[in-house]
Design a protein around this ligand. Structure first.
Ligand SMILES: Cc1cc2nc3c(=O)[nH]c(=O)nc-3n(C[C@H](O)[C@H](O)[C@H](O)COP(=O)(O)O)c2cc1C
Length: 180
């Protein structure tokens, strides 16, 4: 079994990034289990570190017990979402106990803009590299909403091979570079 912790940078029920996660889950190789993180966390405040909120501890445990991490974010103002940054900041703490260290991870996302989260992903890569995450570098997918989901919200058939190649690569990267 390969366990993938999934962090989605949108809290919206109707989120297209959640839909992307579910689509990748349905295309993942047999034996892959997606575990979805709840990123509805308190805003980071160093004073709270003395008594870690249980929701944050749950996030850290989810990441640390996973073989790999899939990070999915919309693009907000040419970067990734604040919801996601807050979660990453929490999971990187306390000092010396960064849950992402050495962890295999992939970055992906979907937004309506023509560049399909390219800038959000670039910012996110920068952050995750600083946390010593073992990032999947290829393939990259920059997904504009209309290229992957039709007007009824159904995944567009011709895009499925790209998604399958992506999740295959992440699962393979995660099993080859296990830290647990
Ligand atoms: C504050 C804010 C800023 C946004 N900035 C961008 C942007 O820079 N580029 C882009 O393509 N879409 C941008 N959008 C559109 C979102 O990416 C889009 O609504 C997306 O569907 C949100 O993801 P979700 O459906 O997973 O919630 C922005 C939306 C919001 C709310």
């Amino acid at each position: 079994m390969t366990k993938i912790a999934v962090l989605i940078g949108s809290l919206r029920e109707a989120s297209v990034n959640k839909k992307l996660a579910k689509t990748l889950e349905s295309l993942a190789p047999n034996g892959t289990v997606f575990s979805y993180a709840d990123l509805n966390l308190p805003l980071y405040n160093q004073e709270l570190e003395a008594d870690f909120p249980s929701s944050v501890q749950n996030l850290k445990d989810l990441i640390e017990t996973a073989d790999g991490v899939l990070i999915i974010s919309p693009e907000y103002n040419r970067s990734f979402s604040g919801v996601l940054k807050n979660a990453i900041d929490w999971a990187s703490r306390p000092w010396g106990n960064n849950s992402f260290k050495g962890k295999p991870a992939g970055i992906i996302g979907v937004s309506p803009g023509q560049t399909g989260t390219a800038q959000a992903q670039a910012h996110l890569r920068n952050v995750m590299q600083s946390l010593d995450t073992n990032l999947l570098t290829h393939p990259e997918l920059y997904i504009s909403t209309g290229r992957v989901f039709d007007d009824n919200g159904q995944v567009i058939e011709s895009y499925i091979p790209h998604l399958r190649a992506y999740i295959d690569a992440l699962v393979s990267h995660s099993t080859k570079n296990k830290t647990i």
